[in-house]
Ligand binder design. Structure first.
Ligand code: SF4
Length: 134
């Protein structure tokens, strides 16, 4: 029998793989080959750790939960056209110097571009962090 931490890790990976679609708790139990009781414990544990959130859902006349990841990994495509990658000032760019990401118009324009309108292009938390002026 796998350890609970292993199951938690597998569960989290599965929930992340499902992305914004989320996964029904019952589907997760089946995937993990766990009992409903153990599946519930794992889901609650992941929620307590802030790794997932659950929403109540009526399914086939019964209430259950759908789990969603709180963080999604950013895809490589989301930064493929970042101006910093080809910037001639890249080596001199530093937040403590006049050439800085804090004041860079190209970076700001890129961050505000439509690419970031796609919530799947970058994780919400990553987006929030990228927009944080600190
Ligand atoms: S923040 Fe601006 S200046 Fe700095 S590397 Fe990126 S594009 Fe170049």
């Amino acid at each position: 029998m796998p350890k609970r931490n292993d199951l938690e890790q597998k569960a989290l990976q599965f929930v992340i793989a499902k992305g914004r679609e989320g996964v029904l708790q019952s589907e997760l139990w089946r995937k993990l080959d766990a009992s409903s009781r153990e599946g519930s414990r794992i889901a609650i544990k992941l929620e307590e750790k802030g790794l997932v959130h659950r929403t109540k859902e009526l399914r086939d006349g019964r209430w259950t939960y759908r789990l969603f990841p709180n963080r999604l990994p950013a895809s490589i495509e989301s930064i493929a056209d970042c101006p910093c990658l080809m910037c001639p000032d890249n080596q001199r760019c530093d937040p403590t110097t006049p050439i800085s990401p804090k004041t860079c118009g190209r970076l700001t324009a890129w961050l505000l571009s439509s690419k970031l309108d796609d919530p799947d292009a970058i994780g919400e938390d990553n987006l929030a962090q990228s927009m944080d002026p600190r």
